[in-house]
Design a protein around this ligand. Sequence first.
Ligand code: CU
Length: 406
Amino acid sequence: MKAKLFLSLFLISSFLFFVIGCQTENKISQNTISPANAENTKSILTEKGVFNAELKTAPQEIKAGEKTDLSFYIKDSSGELVKDLQIVHEKPMHLLIVSDDLDEFYHEHPTLQPDGSYKVSFAFPNGGGYQLYSDFTPFDSTQVVHDFSLNVSGNIRAAKPLITDAKLEKTIENLRVEMKPDGDFVSGKEMMISFSVFDAATNQPVTDLENYLGEKAHFVVVSQDRQEFVHAHPMSNDNVKNDAHAHDTNSAHDDKTGKMANPSDESIVSAHINFPKAAVYRIWAQFKRGGKVITVPFTIDVKQGQEEKAVDLSNVKIPEGAFKIVVSRGGFTPQEVSFKKGQPLKLAFYRADEVNCGSEVIFKDLNINKKLPVGEVVTIDVPTDKAGEFSFACGMDMLKGKIIVQ
Ligand SMILES: [Cu+2]
């Protein structure tokens, strides 16, 4: 499940990624992760194979206010430790940390250790849940994002409600930032969002933004359920200029010369962002000025877009008496089903799309392994003479489901 959007996005936008605004997107698996003291492991499929990320924390129990070493071990499909990561935006690894209520946001950079891990020392300010997104790019690979949930012991502050901004304008420290989307916020569509940056005191467009990690701004987008993560970077002014969307909204450009029309151009940063699903999202826009990084949060409500379609099953013929399980971008649907002991059980798997790792289904305990061609119904008989559980998974062991006989 994790791979799907990630892969699809990269297939579509790998070109954009290098040339203009770039965005990483990560669909998080539904498996919840471990308590604070466990070692977390995750694997993600990329174009070139599976990369595992293992997170070890020291001390094992994470306490609020105390420094914790967060060590990430990246392994390739053969289990080999991957020490060399591409330098992307000046760093081999970016680590974004958000509190579960999305009120807190931290941007860290783990560094390579002699043992091949990437480590950063971090003190979580409060007790409670945090989500970590480790963002890196192995050589010969597209960008990979692994996420981890951590529980921090200590005082838990009251969760802050995530309230959609009535006005897309924020003043943080010495910056006033206006956010302008090129249309209504809808999912499943590449939107261009412009951020106009003004000096909070003088209200003049800011012309002295410094590069932060090689860019004029960084944008991190997380859905309220923390399942969707997008990391976007600004487009260069030339690309904004050439972008079809830009002409309507970005009047600061001089269309005749193709050059910047006035100095205020410097103060406008634009990014392409594709919201993977309808949800409330928080966007953190990060700028650097006077040597200081300033993080400006926005909260927006993204409505369901037209391109986000449910799987169309109207033409799919499920054999009589069989129980239908759809394999799609969303994993197995349903993921878990209970059946009565002793009654014949035929499962009908239908794989709806290409963009996932569900090309086969494996029932390990039953020694069943069946190919799932896209658009075909594949039936599997499951013994129900004994009560018990049968788990099944895709060939990559990433999409998972369970049959319970009782
Ligand atoms: Cu970073």
